[in-house]
Design a protein around this ligand. Structure first.
Ligand SMILES: Cc1ncc(C[n+]2csc(CCOP(=O)(O)OP(=O)(O)O)c2C)c(N)n1
Ligand SMILES: [Mg+2]
Length: 327
């Protein structure tokens, strides 16, 4: 099997794993929250942001990364965490608020931290960009060729932290790659209503770094461009910015009535779902149906196992609520 073959099989399997993870989140999230939607109730209280449709962004980038490379991700983190290799049992338990979760159940789905693979995320948009520059500089100062990748949405690219991070990363030639997942919306606001440029990659020129644009929501295209930017960072030549056109197949959060979307938009996007499209391409290019089926069922099996672990895991002791808190 060529390394290209095994990478593409891996990318397919991670996309399936992420999608299935969210397929199991969906019914779990609504447990106890209906008939009158109440976000505070049920085994998964609080907001829930799904990444259905955005999987190509995560797998195309993470296929190049090592455990010692750092990722800072967003409030929509599942696909990225899974592709980075975050412990699936502990991730599911964290989302269920259980004691063996990544942060002992304290963080929930927007605050997944796994030091074993240098993954973190935050509900504060663009917040991860500065820490990614810091992680990149830490690797550089240690003499390692590890790099950092900051994921953000196109809405976050209008935050001050975006511009500050790009500037300093360029001044310091930090080994960091900034990945914008452009799903066209920041909550209900279309990109065109809040962003002065059609394409954020032109902003890279203002910070003297390469800017790449990837269209088609295509894992192979993301993989190719991410490879260029990651190689540039790893070889000490400095940061890059990549904007990937992708699609959000669900609401901004679960329970979002999506009144801001044209009625048939989601239907049209689902017809171009990147996962079946990638499978069809792989088959057309000679992958065996059986090996893809095997990869799918293995991925699903791991997710089933993680959800069983999370559901059966205990809640933390109430007396631990004030641990790790400044009094
Ligand atoms: C600093 C900050 N301002 C506002 C919010 C509220 N908020 C949460 S998600 C979001 C939109 C983010 O849009 P985008 O960056 O495009 O990411 P997407 O949700 O599309 O993945 C906003 C404004 C926040 N979390 N942090
Ligand atoms: Mg967005």
């Amino acid at each position: 099997m060529s390394s290209n073959h095994s990478k593409r099989l891996w990318m397919y399997a991670q996309m399936v794993k992420s999608r299935y993870f969210e397929d199991l989140i969906k019914p779990a999230y609504f447990e106890g929250k209906t008939p009158v939607f109440n976000m505070a109730k049920g085994p998964l209280p609080g907001e829930m942001h799904l990444s259905d449709g955005q999987e190509p962004c995560a797998v195309g980038v993470c296929a190049h990364l090592r455990p010692d490379d750092t990722i800072t991700a967003t409030h929509r983190p599942h696909h990225i965490a899974i592709a980075k290799g975050v412990d699936l049992n502990a991730m599911a338990a964290e989302i269920f608020g259980k004691k063996d979760g990544l942060a002992g159940g304290r963080g929930g789905h927007m605050h997944l931290f796994d030091p074993a693979v240098n993954f973190s995320c935050s509900g504060i948009i663009a917040q991860g960009m500065g820490p990614a520059v810091g992680a990149a500089m830490a690797a550089k100062m240690r003499g390692s060729d590890a790099i950092a990748v900051a994921f953000l949405g196109e809405g976050a690219a209008n935050q001050g932290a975006f511009h500050e991070s790009l500037n300093l990363a360029s001044v310091w030639k930090a080994p960091v790659v900034f990945i914008i997942e452009d799903n066209s919306y920041g909550i209900s606001v279309p990109k065109s209503a809040c962003t002065a440029v059609a394409n954020n990659t032109v902003r890279a020129a203002g910070y003297a770094m390469p800017g790449h644009h990837v269209s088609g929501n295509d894992p192979d295209a993301v993989y190719a461009i991410a490879g260029i930017a990651i190689e540039r960072a790893r070889s000490g030549s400095g940061p890059s910015l990549i904007e990937i056109e992708t699609s959000r197949l669900e609401g901004h959060f679960m329970g979002d009535p999506e009144g801001y979307r044209p009625k048939d938009e989601v239907k049209r996007l689902k017809e171009r779902d990147p996962i079946p499209a990638y499978r069809a391409r792989l088959v057309a290019e000679g992958f065996e149906e059986a090996e893809l089926d095997r990869a799918e069922s293995e991925a699903r099996g791991k997710v089933d196992q993680a959800f069983a672990f999370a559901r059966s895991n205990d809640y933390p002791e109430p007396k631990e609520a004030f641990d790790h808190v400044f009094a």
